[in-house]
Ligand binder design. Structure first.
Ligand code: PHE
Length: 425
């Protein structure tokens, strides 16, 4: 009897250690000194395919640099990339696959907020940390304590756009043309309208479209009839390029104003010269003379032959923030890694100093550009707190800590050509 028990015990022990070995063999979450597996997901083939491609480029460049420098705590980084075709349902499916099949230790993605919102509950349930590089809708990180972002949020971005319209463009009447299926577009509209009307402006028209539309002339004709001073278009590049063209064709002279969703090398292919004189809010400027930005831009150009858009820079930053957290945690144990990511403060990213607040959001400045000759021409930088008064709904402590944060060595937070109080003019 006793002997049987011992044998049984031994067998269990053996089975357990075999199970562990197997985990170690193909499981990136095991702390066995083997490779650290990171899952990346994004749209590589759908309506917003440049979003996924740029995320992949940026994250892979970071991974290559990390591995060339010996890995994280001696462990190499491996990645699995999944294409979600820009569909929320697919995003949820591929994230489930990354968790259950690939057993990744952490996940990077998505770009479009609706896709991150669809997939984040899977990461949260499985307690696998997910960092979205570029989803800006506030609801994304509200999914739970394993969901993070390294970018600002739309309560800030929408307010920045409204401030720019009011203070710099001196607009009194604004029209809005948004994508009614997109969480990003809906949130941006809400925050823009709130800030613009709060400053005494009037919304004279509100029109919508969906991502599969190609003809926006009906909506634009309705908007034209209300003679707005500015037309806010919180959409993605695929539709924005066409909207800009059709607005010109209809003789509309009011500038279009948008957010980060415009950002893509494809925007200018679609909109061409019709984009001249329009404005957009974004995460960083490739013309920022800070060494961190210039080093990144040069390396990216050398590797991929194109100029990195903001999504590529954020993908690069997200991977580096993750690597920094693994290093500090000394492990990929999910709860410990979660805590280490949450503790990120003053990380010197390409897109600025990254500090995560209690809501797991980065509090960072935004940049406003004018579009001219197929280029983004820097206009102004608007800080999340201080003179511009465009503080996001973050805790004052978090906002203050970012404003005062000095990141070690590579602080890309303040471009030399920055006019930080632009909105206060
Ligand atoms: N912020 C957008 C969203 O949440 C995604 C995006 C980020 C698009 C950066 C372009 C550039 O949906």
């Amino acid at each position: 009897m006793k002997r049987t028990l011992i044998t049984l015990g031994l067998a269990t022990l053996l089975a357990a250690s075999f199970a562990c070995e197997r985990r170690g063999g193909d499981n990136g979450t095991a702390d066995n000194g083997g490779p650290i597996k990171v899952g990346i997901y994004g749209d590589l083939s759908g309506q917003t395919s440049s979003f996924g491609q740029s995320t992949k480029n940026g994250a892979l460049m970071a991974i290559d640099e990390i591995n060339a420098a010996g890995g994280i705590n001696g462990r190499k980084v491996e990645y699995v990339m999944e294409d979600d075709q820009g569909q929320p349902q697919q995003a949820s499916t591929v994230v489930t696959k990354l968790i259950n099949q690939d057993k990744v230790a952490a996940i990077i993605g998505e770009v479009a907020s609706s896709n991150s919102l669809a997939a984040a509950p899977k990461a949260q349930e499985a307690k696998v940390p997910m960092i979205t590089p570029s989803s800006t809708n506030p609801k994304v990180t509200q999914v739970g304590d394993y969901i993070f972002r390294v970018c600002f949020t739309d309560d800030f971005q929408g307010a920045v756009a409204a401030k720019f319209a009011t203070n710099t463009l001196h607009a009194k009447k604004a029209a809005v043309l948004g994508d009614f299926n997109s969480d990003y577009s809906k949130g941006m509209t809400q925050y823009f309208v709130q800030e613009f009307t709060g400053a005494g402006g009037q919304i004279v028209a509100q029109q919508s479209y969906t991502q599969t539309d190609a003809d926006f002339k009906g909506q634009l004709t309705n908007i034209r009839a209300t003679s707005p001073d500015v037309i806010f278009v919180p959409g993605y590049y695929g539709q924005v390029g066409v909207i800009a063209k059709q607005a010109k064709e209809l003789g509309i002279t009011a500038p279009l104003l948008g957010g980060d969703g415009w950002d893509s090398p494809k925007l200018f292919e679609l909109g061409g010269a019709a984009l001249d004189g329009n404005y957009m809010v974004n995460h960083y400027s490739v013309d920022d003379p800070s060494p961190a930005v210039q080093k990144f831009v040069a390396a990216y150009k050398a590797k991929y032959g194109i100029v990195p858009d903001a999504i590529a820079a954020l993908g690069y930053d997200a991977m580096n923030v993750l690597a920094d957290a693994v290093k500090r945690a000394g492990t990929t144990d999910s709860a410990k890694l979660r805590d280490a990511i949450a503790a990120t403060k003053g990380f010197g990213g390409v897109t600025g100093s990254i500090s995560l607040n209690a809501s797991r959001d980065a509090v960072k400045p935004a940049v406003v550009f004018e579009l001219k000759d197929k280029k983004l021409v820097y206009k102004e930088t608007i800080q999340p707190s201080g003179g511009a008064g465009a503080a996001p709904a973050a805790s004052p402590a978090a906002a203050a800590s970012t404003a005062g944060a000095s990141s070690p060595g590579t602080n890309a937070n303040a471009p030399a050509n920055t006019n930080t109080n632009a909105a206060a003019k």
